[in-house]
Write a protein that binds this ligand. Structure first.
Ligand code: ADP
Ligand code: ZN
Length: 731
């Protein structure tokens, strides 16, 4: 690398480098003579026997070895990671009590992108040159390339419909010259004024206010709270347009973006180009290119999963978080973080606006709006003539299913009528597989996972019993392993496979599609099925929550929830909120066009406040009650919580380590420690788990308290592992 001369003398010769390891601080490295490493530079450094990619950090580094300072091996030709991104990493590390190196690792997930994309060799027509003899094939090639553009060989051959030997022949005759073609953008540039939708007066008012708030370079959070189908997307597109007009990059977070490809099309319709996509199902090559072009500022808008928060934006100026209530925003692996909350932090650090959108906002966001920290914009009706579905409960005690079935005659009747009208029904059950429990009718033996405290779920299609926590699977036997009796194993309770079987029995003539995340064929197949549903190529859909989110199915007029009580069963204080959100979202799939639509909830507790809220549509009363209850109990967002999970190979080790941590808790008036108790899942993948819950007031320094516990508590030994979960999902 060449040196910009005057700076040479003042550039530091020793720099701190953050490596993608569980490191608490950056390490010191020497900068080779003549090289230029600035804060944010991505570099390759030796670490022990290997080399890793790291980021030149700020402040001072820690010496790895007292004797010898090792030099940086390479400084990549890559835009430096912006200062605000480095502060973001530091902030998350401090908040989640994770080593900053592990947080930085999330930023370094596209190693091949640190080097510039190579230029490709191409061909261009030489002016005035012609072939010795014209053929039909040559003529097509010359016509294609007649615009004077550079083409790749393969691209030109394909476009002209000829073999590459035709092209090569022309090149040999000097008709083409070879040229270098720079890397092409992964997506074209969006145009803020491309095709603005005509908004309804309500939408227009919302968009105007959003433009006022989100159209400036100052931090703010706006909660766009609009019923399903109200056109929140159209409205926040206007905020995006405003950011683009300001010359800023935009990040849109969407749960399950891999499965909501229709979103990319809608964006294209509005802005004349697709956004860059970012999620784990992206082909590696595409990932690398998106990463690089986000860093260079070529990609202006990214639509991504939560990990897109760690893309190295050059000039980010707006974050939109769609379905902000969605539990999928929580990462519970290594660094435990909630991308909704961290997105707000990112906006605060970068001093730009954040928009949260949802039909069923999280309680946290509602409280933030009530207390004036966020502004709430409400859209209370659906777009155009579309009406919200009529919602009702089916009391399963009064209208029970026939023997061996799970669908009430009331629901089956509604499905029959829907089918007769040529419209679609969706049956929703949030449980994969055929049956959640298998037992022996003779001796009562239940099939349990050998590694986890959970039952094995039968997957009949695959002929297996599967653990949904660790993936353990075994063939479903014919005989009971306990008493040896043949053919007396029974499936208890339903999963989607079993519901699909029941549907086939009642409606053999219908086109039925079953969808769940573990389906063979993966994401590709799921996308095709979702497209088919949107095009009306299915009559009845049986699915898990992946059909509940974000889709527009125009022909769908009936949604039946097979077990509306399912999520209420666990004792979690958040259960009611979660169930309400899920039921409102899934029933919201019905009635996207003008047709009359219905949502039916099968329940054994039709008087439950969640069912009442869904049926009456009175979300306000429900939120008020829930909020009051949380406040009374001092639970989030009125108090703060941290979970500490201690796991180990033996129950005894896990428990004694957890007790040791509890004893190490400092004295504090605003903080209590609850437990240790067995974690909700006491055994996962062979590891025994205990949990401590730290509960504090809003003002309490929870992080400082937990850090003190970990520092003063027993050292982690043997198989013991401790994980800290600030703001846990369940409590
Ligand atoms: P939400 O995100 O609030 O559920 P969407 O933005 O998905 O709602 O809008 C629901 C449907 O209504 C979509 O098919 C969308 O294209 C359509 N729609 C909403 N507003 C408009 C508008 N102003 N003009 C045209 N179509 C609209
Ligand atoms: Zn298991």
């Amino acid at each position: 690398m060449t040196e910009d001369s005057p700076a040479k003398s003042i550039l530091p010769r020793v720099v701190p480098v953050m490596v993608p390891m569980p490191a608490d601080r950056p390490y010191s490295y020497a900068v080779p003579d003549g090289a230029k490493a600035v804060p944010g530079s991505i570099v390759r450094v030796p670490l022990g026997p290997r080399e890793v990619a790291g980021i030149v950090w700020d402040g001072a580094g820690e010496a790895l070895s007292a004797k010898r300072l090792r030099p940086i091996s390479e400084i990549f030709d890559c835009p430096p990671v912006a200062e605000e991104m480095r502060r973001f990493v530091d902030w998350i590390a401090a908040y989640t009590l994770s080593p900053p190196g592990l947080v930085a690792r999330m930023l370094l997930r596209a190693p091949a992108a640190f080097d510039p994309e190579p230029w490709t060799e191409g061909l261009r027509l030489v002016e005035g040159a012609g072939p010795d003899r014209m053929t039909a094939a040559r003529n097509r090639v010359l016509e294609m390339a007649g615009d004077g553009q550079a083409w790749t060989r393969a691209g030109l051959a394909h476009a002209a419909g000829v073999s590459s030997s035709v092209i090569e022949g022309l090149r040999e005759q000097g008709v083409f010259e070879t040229v270098s073609i720079p890397p092409q953008p992964v997506v074209a540039a969006p145009d803020a004024g491309f095709a603005k939708a005509e908004l309804t007066p309500d939408q227009e008012a919302a968009a105007l206010r959003l433009r006022e708030r989100a159209g400036t370079d100052a931090f703010s959070v706006t909660l766009l709270d609009g019923v399903t189908g109200s056109g929140k997307t159209e409205v926040y597109f206007e905020a995006i347009a405003a950011a683009l007009e300001r010359g800023k990059q935009v990040l849109i977070l969407i749960p399950e973006i891999a499965l909501t490809q229709a979103f990319l099309e809608r964006f294209h319709d509005r802005f004349g180009a697709k956004p860059g996509e970012w999620h784990s199902d992206l082909a590696p090559k595409k990932r690398e290119r998106v990463w690089r072009q986000v860093a260079e500022g070529q990609v202006r808008v990214v639509a991504g999963a939560r990990s897109a928060l760690f893309l190295p934006f050059k000039e980010l100026g707006l974050i939109v978080i769609d379905e902000e209530h969605d539990p999928a925003y929580k990462q519970e692996d290594r660094v435990f973080y909630n991308a909704r909350d961290m997105g707000v932090v990112r906006g605060h650090i970068g001093d730009f606006p954040v928009v949260l959108a949802s039909a069923t906002p999280s309680l946290e966001s509602r409280v933030n709006a009530n207390q004036g920290r966020y502004e709430r914009i409400v859209l209370s009706s659906r777009f155009a003539e579309a009406a919200l579905p009529d919602l009702a409960t089916i009391d399963m005690r009064k209208a029970p299913p026939e023997r061996g079935g799970f669908l009430s005659p009331v629901l089956i009747d509604a499905m029959r009528k829907t089918l007769a009208r040529g419209e679609q029904s969706l049956l929703f059950l949030n449980r994969r597989g055929y049956a959640p429990l298998t037992l022996c009718r003779v001796c009562g033996h239940r099939f349990q996972c050998p590694e986890c405290s959970s039952w094995l779920v039968e997957h009949r299609f695959r002929g297996q019993l599967v653990c949904h926590h660790c993936g353990h699977n075994e063939p479903r036997p014919e005989a009971c392993p306990e008493c040896g009796t043949l053919d007396h194993l029974v499936a208890c309770g339903p999963g989607v496979e079993r519901i699909a079987e029941e549907v086939d029995r009642h409606f053999p003539e219908a086109r039925t599609i079953m969808l769940s995340s573990d389906m063979m064929g993966g994401v590709k197949r799921l996308r095709l099925e979702l497209e088919a549903i949107a095009k009306g190529e299915a009559d009845i859909i049986v699915g898990t929550q992946l059909v509940a989110k974000g889709h527009n199915f125009p022909a769908m007029t009936l949604v039946g929830v097979v077990d509306a009580d399912l999520g209420l069963a666990n004792g979690d204080p958040r259960a009611a909120e979660r169930t309400f959100q899920l039921l409102a979202q899934v029933t919201g799939r019905a009635g996207r066009t003008g047709r009359k639509s219905v949502g039916l909830l099968q329940t054994y507790q039709p008087e439950h406040p969640v069912m009442r809220a869904i049926v009456t549509g009175d979300a306000e009363a429900f939120y008020e009650r829930e909020i009051a209850e949380r406040e009374r109990a001092g639970l989030p967002p009125f108090g703060r919580l941290a979970g500490i999970i201690v796991s180990a190979a033996t129950r005894q080790e896990a428990e004694s380590h957890a007790r040791g941590l509890r004893q190490a808790a400092p004295r504090a008036t605003e903080i209590d420690v609850l437990g240790p108790a067995e974690a909700p899942l006491a055994l996962i993948a062979g590891r025994h788990r205990f949990r401590l819950l730290v509960q504090g007031t809003r003002r309490a320094d929870l992080q400082g308290f937990v850090r003190a516990m970990l520092e003063r508590g027993p050292k982690q030994r043997g198989s013991v592992r401790v994980q800290v979960d600030i703001d846990p999902q369940s409590f």
